[in-house]
Design a protein around this ligand. Structure first.
Ligand code: SF4
Length: 301
């Protein structure tokens, strides 16, 4: 599958998490956040690139707080610095990362994201809730306005940008107005993909203390359905906008029906008629049609 391609490698850049999001199990199960030294990461990625990888996925609970603490006590660094160093690996073509935290999306990081051509223009921005008061109860550390401001800054600078997100509906105490704030953010940002969840209490999480204000399952379920419907409309609309455009696709997979499949720089799934000669290559493709989840195109010779 496209997920386990030989053209792709993944590295953990940090372990643990210093945040204390109240719905999350990580603070109770993992230790404090420790970053892996830059030169170790560069060496590992360079080795994978020498073996044929063109893309790296940088992994961590909170990737953009990278560099705050190293196991050997060396001075602090930043995620921006790490991105710059990794970009110097010549044959590495694409850099992706997950998950970044909206709170740490300062200008320095966003500017690097915009100007660095190796960074995939698909970013995960886990919203969780569009309501500032719910965000506070979740201990997320940002407001609705901050999130919207960061998303707008990126969208204005990068026309082809795609944004994916995580949303929890029905967090304890979530009012109808709070939910409308979430829908408002979804309407303004128009996410390309939403991983949505209905809140459910989990052991060893701080949100268990909010048991008295948990909301009815029926109510949470209805909100989730409403969110999913809105998102489906956005998905079709956003994908249809690509028809007629030309984009560079890296083909990785030959289907049994005589089609090849690959991803564009901003992580769109693209199919085209073609043979294994196209595999492992960046190819220009003109998009001729779209569904809700993928595009179909013709290879430009
Ligand atoms: Fe850390 Fe993410 Fe869990 Fe928050 S949700 S505590 S940022 S791992």
């Amino acid at each position: 599958s496209l997920k386990t391609s030989k053209y792709r490698t993944a590295v953990n850049i940090s372990i643990g998490c210093d945040k204390k999001c109240t719905y999350c199990i990580v603070p109770a199960t993992r230790g404090e956040e420790i970053s892996i030294p830059i030169e170790m990461l560069v060496t590992q990625i360079q080795r994978d690139v020498d073996n044929g990888a063109v893309e790296v996925m940088l992994l961590g609970q909170n990737v953009n707080s990278y560099g705050r603490r190293f196991s050997d006590g060396r001075p602090k660094s930043t995620f921006t610095k790490l991105l710059q160093e990794i970009s110097k690996i010549e044959k590495l073509k694409r850099i992706r990362f997950t998950s970044p935290h909206p709170l740490h999306m300062g200008d320095e990081f966003l500017d690097e994201f915009v100007i660095n051509p190796k960074i995939s223009k698909c970013i995960h921005m886990p919203l969780q809730s569009g309501s500032t008061s719910v965000l506070k109860a979740m201990k997320r550390g940002y407001t609705k306005e901050w999130f919207l401001n960061r998303a707008k800054k990126l969208k204005d600078a990068v026309p082809e940008l795609r944004i994916t997100t995580d949303i929890i509906v029905g967090f304890p105490g979530e009012t109808h107005e709070d939910f409308l704030d979430t829908m408002d953010v979804v309407n303004q940002v128009k996410f390309d993909q939403i991983f949505n969840f209905k809140y459910s209490p989990r052991p060893n999480t701080a949100a268990l203390e909010l048991k008295d204000i948990e909301i009815e399952d029926k109510v949470a379920g209805a909100r989730l359905t409403e969110l999913i419907e809105l998102h489906k409309e956005h998905q079709s609309e956003l994908l249809a906008k690509n028809v007629g455009k030309t984009m560079e696709v890296f083909f990785e997979d030959l289907k049994s029906n005589g089609e090849v499949a690959g991803l564009s720089d901003n992580s769109l799934l693209v199919f085209a008629t073609g043979s294994d000669e196209l595999l492992g290559k960046f190819v220009n493709v003109k998009i001729i049609s779209s569904t809700r989840t993928a595009l179909k195109g013709e290879v430009i010779k």
